[in-house]
Design a protein around this ligand. Structure first.
Ligand code: KIV
Length: 291
């Protein structure tokens, strides 16, 4: 078990100031939160990637605030020894400051210590409203999956000088609005390095190269629990999908052959009961059933 990080401690963790890189992993349920905590991660992100990783959707747009509250509460019940950040899903922070604060408050009451939202300069009013309500906000710029249709697909962002400057300006705007950290997703490594150098809050990269102040990956990607899509930036540290299929196939084979359950895996009658009494009772029961 590590020392539990707070929002101010995360805000102060810049690598250039000698801080150790931040480790963030997504978590969607209590067992996942416990495993990640045991592994010593600093932050758990209840990401709206729950849409694809767990709920079977093609993108994050179908996830609702109710879904996010449900999964945030499950992660919190795992009592993780890590800072819990929950994603505000699409349209939960776009309509009004009132809606944004109420939705974020639901995540906080479910167990989140901070919320994350996607988008650059245009999100400043909502970030200011949230921080004024004492709700810490993590920003998220670059490839923002909730903008999949506006971006024309899941595309690396910031590849032209103009686009790179826009990302850097967004990072500065988010910092000034009060974000305590900023996720940089799907941007060239050079752009991430410039942005990281330009802001005093930590950047947390995903597909953004090595020069960020931390890295985040999706739990299921790290463990090899989903095999359909593997983006270039994912490093798999296990192939649990293959192990799981093997284990489940052996269970199925044991059931079919009668090898499971064994006597050791079965319950007996209470010790004081005579086997003969059981026979008599069973006989009576069978007699009743036959009538
Ligand atoms: O939902 C998520 O998993 C995320 C990470 C990719 C940063 O937002």
């Amino acid at each position: 078990m590590g020392t539990r990080l707070t929002v101010p401690a995360v805000r102060a963790r810049k690598v250039r100031a000698g801080g150790e890189p931040l480790v963030m992993l997504t978590a969607y349920d209590a067992p996942g939160a416990r495993l990640a905590t045991e592994a010593g991660v600093d932050m758990l992100l209840v990401g709206d990637s729950v849409a694809m990783a767990v709920l079977g959707y093609r993108d994050t747009l179908s996830v609702t605030i109710d879904d996010m509250v449900h999964h945030t509460a499950a992660v919190a019940r795992g009592e993780p020894d890590a800072l819990v950040v929950a994603d505000l899903p699409w349209l939960s922070y776009h309509v009004s400051a009132r809606d944004t604060i109420c939705n974020a408050a639901r995540l906080v009451r479910a167990g989140a210590e901070a919320v994350k939202l996607e988008g650059g300069t245009r999100r400043v009013p909502m970030i200011e409203a949230l921080t004024a309500a004492e709700i810490p906000v993590m920003g998220h710029i670059g490839l923002t999956p909730q903008s999949v249709h506006a971006m024309g697909g899941f595309r690396v962002q910031g590849r032209t000088p103009e686009a790179a400057v826009e990302i850097a300006e967004s990072a500065k705007a988010l910092e000034h609005a009060g974000c305590f950290a900023i996720v940089l997703e799907g941007v060239p490594a050079d752009v991430a390095a410039i942005v990281t150098g330009a802001v005093d809050v930590p950047t947390i990269g995903i597909g953004a190269g090595p020069d960020c102040d931390g890295q985040v990956l999706v739990f299921h990607d790290v463990l090899g629990l989903q095999s359909d899509l593997q983006p270039k930036f994912v490093r798999r540290y296990a192939d649990l999908a293959a192990e799981a299929v093997d284990a489940l196939a052996r269970f199925a084979a044991d059931v079919r052959s009668g090898a499971f359950p064994s006597a050791q895996e079965s319950y007996g009658m209470a010790a004081e009961q005579e086997p003969r009494a059981l026979g008599a009772t069973a006989g009576a029961a069978l007699g009743l059933c036959a009538r």
